[in-house]
Design a protein around this ligand. Sequence first.
Ligand code: PLP
Length: 485
Amino acid sequence: MTDFLPEPDNSGNHGGSPPSYHMSPDEFRRHGYALIDWLASYMETVGERQVMPDVKPGDIAASIPMTAPEKPEQFEELIGDLDKVVMPGITHWQSPGWFAYYPAMTSGPSILGELVSAGLGVQGMLWETSPAVTEIENRVTDWLVDLLGLPETWKNKTGPGGGVLQSSASDATHLVHVVARERATALQKGRPEFVAYTSVQAHSSVEKGAHVAGIEHYRGIDVDENLSIDPVALQEAITADRAAGLTPLIVTSVLGTTGTAAVDPIAEIAKIAKDEGLWHHVDAAYGGSAMICPELRYLQEGAELVDSYTFNPHKWMFTNFDCNVLWVSDRTSLIDAMSITPPYLKNEASDSGEVIDYRNWQVPLGRRFRALKLWWVLRSYGAEGIRYHLREHVRLTKAIAERVEQHEHLALTAPIHFGLVCFHHSSGNEATEALLKEINQVPNIYLTGSSLGSKRFIRLSTGSTSTTAESVKQLWDIIDQAATA
Ligand code: PLP
């Protein structure tokens, strides 16, 4: 029979301690302190770094051996490689000069929450597998219902809706397409040909979500002059699809489109969705965070009428990727679509019906302790702190927009609602491209461009944790000079 002790030596003794390859708690403490110091120095110096790395494809991989090490390495060497191997290939998203895409914020409380979550190493798939994971997530998503001015009935505590943290807005949007399909299929004989609708300006995840959910048809609906979905065009598309024997299934409104941060008229779409029996989802991945400011909530008027709503604290709420909130107004259809219970997951708490098992609110089984970092961000900043910084971003965005409007060579491309200014050179696409290139010559600044039809424009997105009035002013001076030259 196999002994529990290590193999005996020649004299029959069971020898000394067996070798251990684990990092001891003392070593962990030492390296952990060193890495926190390293990260704090990174935060202090990120603004001085060139935002975009100077590497060619394959450069970073070339400095890593082709095969994994057989022998353990000293952890000091690993830390040393952060500067030697990793940093040369890092794009500095946390730089105060980062104005590209949308923000992917992080912050001290969030990083520390992430660290503890990894250290505890728990799975929160069932209430029983770590009650704190579920109950903190219940409470934090309920807090956010109040903070964003959403309906009381979306709270886990009061229901019938509820909130859950998932990895991304794309996952949440995909999921609700599946849930809408399951709900509708249960009501029909046979399998109809479904149609999903959203604005032509919606994020590609809506089309992908519909596709992955097996929805047969996808319609990108035209937008008006504000780049918001045109409700008349939506109604016409639904009517035409019904006439063609198809079954309209789901419509997604967007609160802050990816290209230009446009806002769809949620209340008008909600009316169409109700009359037509469609699931109505709101993709507030970017704009949702701003709803913590009551003066901006008019933008989501009608949200209380929708079936589901998703937003990304990992974009504009100081919480590092990944952290996405999904609310459903009625949790039953979500749970019905996602529940399969094998015998090894059965337990008393679940059977009691008194707890939430979040594995039934998502596709994967396993789930990490995401709520900790969000809980710490909300407590450490307070709603007041988050509002203060978001309002600052919006104020600085308006300051840039006013200057663009007054500039003799520049023009705004789209209305401003949040922290994004879209602008172009009045001489046309070539001049806009040249301007973007010229601005991005400055090493510690980075912006990206996009298109509306054939029109090229520059996206200037404020909202890094490190964005300051100085960094925005510095950027404006660079834009002004480049556009005037
Ligand atoms: N929806 C909108 C409006 C977005 O702007 C984005 C990303 O920029 C997404 C969805 C996708 O977000 P995620 O990366 O969380 O899937």
